[in-house]
Each structure stands twice: as structure tokens, then as C-alpha cells.
Design a protein around this ligand. Structure first.
Ligand code: ADP
Ligand code: ASP
Ligand code: MG
Length: 429
């Protein structure tokens, strides 16, 4: 008997009908002779609605209470799914994250899994039941409090369970047919990718392709979990996310030794803002001082650019990007140390968009950046910042041109497919 972990995202369990449809799918998997563990997200846009509600009550909700609130979403779907399965004559038991043994650190809103003790899940399976686990949530042993794993964190729940239980595969069911060369909501003729390396998937997820949560990809990579991203609305094969060894083995097996494309895909991100520290004395130690202040706020800095200093003034500007949600916190911290650092002023820009081009082939192919810049130039799109890693090039543009940028770059690199990619559900929120 093999063990399969399935994760159903919010759009797959958006209403009672959808939950019944998912129940059927889970039962089919059980009937085929597998042990089944299911991780569920909150129904539809429940998490966003709960967040809105919290912000209607107070501008800055207490992190502990916010986690209490948000975890309610997944409890609703887990119980409904278990009921639906039971009504079909199959045994099912739902478990909260803490009952399922998802032990995390104490960081509310972005907790990391430190241990998984799925004893109760194993017992349920041994009793012949289907185990349904609330995604996105955990429990900290020291504070004894409930935590959440960050937006999109149900993916991580599924992967962590798959690793701990030694599952054969972790299936991520969503509202598109798999991982595409770009977000089909932005680039309608994006192509489905049959197989992608976990390395490329990690870069795409980091760059904003929310089809998989970055921490889930990291976790899967570290623990050798094979991911199959697919639609819950049909039986089509989706996308396999494989680490290098598994990819090599798959190649040997079916002879699919075709040359991998240079570019895997493009991703966009509208969730970041840019802070510019204006008029920084161009002497050693200033960058260290600035980023030490930023680090103390726990902000996740992404791109950093320092301009050449103007010879006349000996002053330079340093710009960096970070999640909008962390912008005010960092501005306040920098402002407080302005005298000490000696910069002139701060600028905050939350109207930026980030575009990233990802592909392992960049390592061995030159001219990728030139082609990217050319495509943007021809479309009249200005580049404000650039950063590169071994297999990724990212640029910052105005927020309102980033989607167009994704389309022109997608075309320029020959990624456009024949037809239109189908988005089966969801609001894209
Ligand atoms: P779920 O509710 O199932 O977790 P998400 O909304 O988190 O679903 O993720 C699925 C969505 O991710 C898709 O509807 C699509 O708009 C978006 N997406 C972004 N980039 C990609 C990509 N490269 N391939 C597929 N989908 C993508
Ligand atoms: N419900 C959570 C969210 O919307 C977790 C998830 O769906 O993965 O972020
Ligand atoms: Mg998701």
C-alpha cells in the first residue's frame, strides 16, 4: 500500500459543492488502494476575509490573536471535508495542525516547522481512516500557542507531512493545470511545464509565482519529497517538481533526455516596495550601519542598489526593496537613526513591480540579460533596478507596467504556447 499526501488549495474547496467534489477525489484515491492524508486550505478567500475583518477591528492586530483567527479558516474546511467523506461511507478524521504534530518555532505569522510528530495521523491510517489535516498552522511547545506558517503555508503542511510519513508523492491540487511558464492570469498563452527542477521552482516561487509556496519547495528539496502540482478540476497530469537526482532518474527511465530549455519561466511580484536612503556619506561602514538597522527589524530585504557617489558631494544613494508589509517598520527604524548614520532623507515607493526570469540554462548561455533588456526597451518599459543570481535575472519596473513586461519577455524568450491556459477557479486574490 502506498501513502499519498494530497493538498487542496482554497479555490478547490471554495463551497459545499467543491468540498463534495474533493471528497470524491480523495475517496477514489483510497479506493485505488492507497493510504491518504489530506491537507486543506481555508475555503476560497476566507483567509483574506478574516484578515480584512481583523483590520476593521484594529489597524495592527496582535500577532497571537491574528493566528488564532486565521487558523479558524482551515478548521472549517477540514471538518466539512471529513463529514463529506464519511457520508460516502469511508472513515475520515480531521485534525488541527497541533493535533497532527506540526511543531513550529514561536514566530507568529511566519512560523517555521521545527519537528513533525504525526502519531495521531499514523494511528488514523492504521485504523483504515483517511486523515484530514488543517493546513497552514502549527503549535509552539514553549509558548503553547497556535502559529501560522505564512501565506500559502498549507503547501508546507502537506510537504512536511509527506516527509514525516514517508509518502510516495505529495500532490498539490489547485485551480490551474500545473506550473506554467508564467502566471496564466497575466500571460494567457503561458505553457504548462511537465517537469521542473526544484532549483528552478525555488527561484520562481521566490520571485512571486504563488502556485507553490517557497518554504514548501525548500522543505521538499531538503527532504527529497516529490511534488506533483495539478488541477483538482480534471485528471490531467500536472507538473512534477523533482530534485536533481530524481530528475536524472526519471530521464533514464523514460528516455526523455531532451535538452532542457534555457529559460523555465517568468514571475512577477507586486508585493514589494522600494526604500531609498538619499545622501549617504560615501565612506566605509555606512552600508553596514544601514543594513544592521534594517536587519534588527527582521525585514526581508531583496534587491539592493548603491549608486556611484557624486564626486562633488561625496554622497551616494542606496535603494533596496522589501515586502510592502514591512515598509513602515523599516522607515521608522531608519528615521530614528538618521543623525547617527548621517543620511539626508528617505524615499518610499510602493508603486514598483518586480519581474524575474528564471532558468538553469543561464549558467551556460550568454546574452540572456541583453535579450531581456532589449525586449523591455522595445516595449518602452523603463528598468529601475537590476539584480542577478546564477539562474535568475530580476528587474524592477513601475507597478503598472510589470504585467506587460511579463508578456513581452515571455514572448521574446519563445515561451508563448499555442492555446490559452485555463484557470478553473479562484479570484487570483
Ligand atoms: P491555491 O488556492 O490552490 O493554493 P494559489 O492561488 O495559491 O492556489 O495558487 C494558484 C495560482 O497561482 C494560479 O491560479 C495562478 O494564478 C498563480 N500562479 C502564479 N504563477 C504561476 C505559474 N508559474 N504557474 C501556475 N500558476 C501560477
Ligand atoms: N489559507 C492560507 C492562505 O490563504 C494558507 C493556504 O491557503 O495555503 O494563505
Ligand atoms: Mg497557494
Amino acid at each position: 500500500m502506498s501513502l499519498i499526501v494530497q493538498k487542496y488549495g482554497g479555490s478547490s474547496v471554495a463551497d459545499a459543492e467543491s468540498i463534495k467534489r474533493v471528497a470524491k477525489r480523495v475517496v477514489e484515491t483510497r479506493k485505488a488502494g492507497n493510504e491518504v492524508v489530506v491537507a486543506v486550505s481555508a475555503m476560497g478567500d476566507t483567509t483574506d476575509e478574516l484578515l480584512d475583518l481583523a483590520h476593521d477591528v484594529t489597524p495592527i492586530p496582535a500577532p497571537r490573536e491574528l493566528d488564532m483567527l486565521l487558523t479558524a479558516g482551515e478548521r472549517i474546511s477540514m471538518a466539512l471535508l471529513a463529514m463529506a467523506i464519511k457520508s460516502m461511507g469511508y472513515d475520515a478524521r480531521s485534525f488541527t495542525g497541533s493535533q497532527a504534530g506540526m511543531i513550529t518555532d514561536a514566530q507568529h505569522g511566519a512560523a517555521r516547522i521545527v519537528d513533525v510528530t504525526p502519531g495521531r495521523i499514523r494511528d488514523a491510517l492504521d485504523d483504515g481512516a483517511i486523515a484530514i489535516v488543517a493546513g497552514f498552522q502549527g503549535f509552539n511547545r514553549d509558548t503553547k500557542d497556535i502559529t501560522t506558517l505564512g501565506r500559502g503555508g498549507s503547501d508546507t503542511t502537506a510537504v512536511a507531512l509527506a516527509a514525516a510519513l514517508g509518502a510516495e508523492i505529495c500532490e498539490i491540487y489547485t485551480d490551474v493545470d500545473g506550473v506554467f511558464t508564467a502566471d496564466p492570469r497575466i500571460v494567457p498563452n503561458a505553457r504548462k511545464i511537465d517537469r521542473i527542477s526544484s532549483e528552478e521552482m525555488l527561484e520562481l516561487a521566490a520571485a512571486g509565482a504563488k502556485v507553490l509556496y517557497i518554504r514548501a519547495v525548500e522543505y521538499a528539496r531538503r527532504h527529497g519529497v516529490i511534488l506533483h502540482v495539478r488541477s483538482s478540476f480534471n485528471n490531467n497530469e500536472g507538473t512534477l517538481v523533482l530534485n536533481e537526482n530524481a530528475a536524472e532518474a526519471a530521464k533514464q527511465e523514460d528516455g526523455s533526455a531532451v535538452e532542457a530549455p534555457i529559460i523555465a519561466g517568468v514571475a512577477t511580484d507586486l508585493s514589494e516596495a522600494k526604500i531609498t536612503v538619499v545622501g549617504v556619506p560615501d565612506v566605509p561602514g555606512k552600508a553596514a550601519q544601514i543594513f544592521k538597522i534594517v536587519a534588527k527589524t527582521d525585514a526581508n530585504v531583496d534587491m539592493i542598489v548603491q549608486n556611484v557617489s557624486a564626486a562633488a558631494t561625496g554622497l551616494t544613494d542606496i535603494s533596496f526593496t522589501l515586502p510592502k508589509s514591512e515598509g513602515q517598520r523599516v522607515l521608522t527604524a531608519l528615521k530614528a537613526e538618521q543623525g547617527d548614520v548621517g543620511f539626508q532623507s528617505l524615499q518610499y515607493d510602493d508603486q514598483i513591480g518586480k519581474l524575474a526570469l528564471v532558468g538553469a540554462g543561464m549558467r551556460t548561455n550568454s546574452g540572456v540579460s541583453a535579450k531581456l533588456f532589449e525586449a523591455l526597451y522595445e516595449a518602452g518599459i523603463n528598468i529601475e533596478m537590476i539584480s542577478t543570481s546564477e539562474i535568475r535575472i530580476s528587474v524592477v519596473t513601475r507597478a503598472d507596467s510589470v504585467n506587460e513586461a511579463a508578456r513581452v519577455v515571455h514572448r521574446a524568450f519563445g515561451l508563448d504556447g499555442e492555446g490559452t491556459a485555463i484557470v478553473y477557479a479562484g479570484t487570483g486574490r
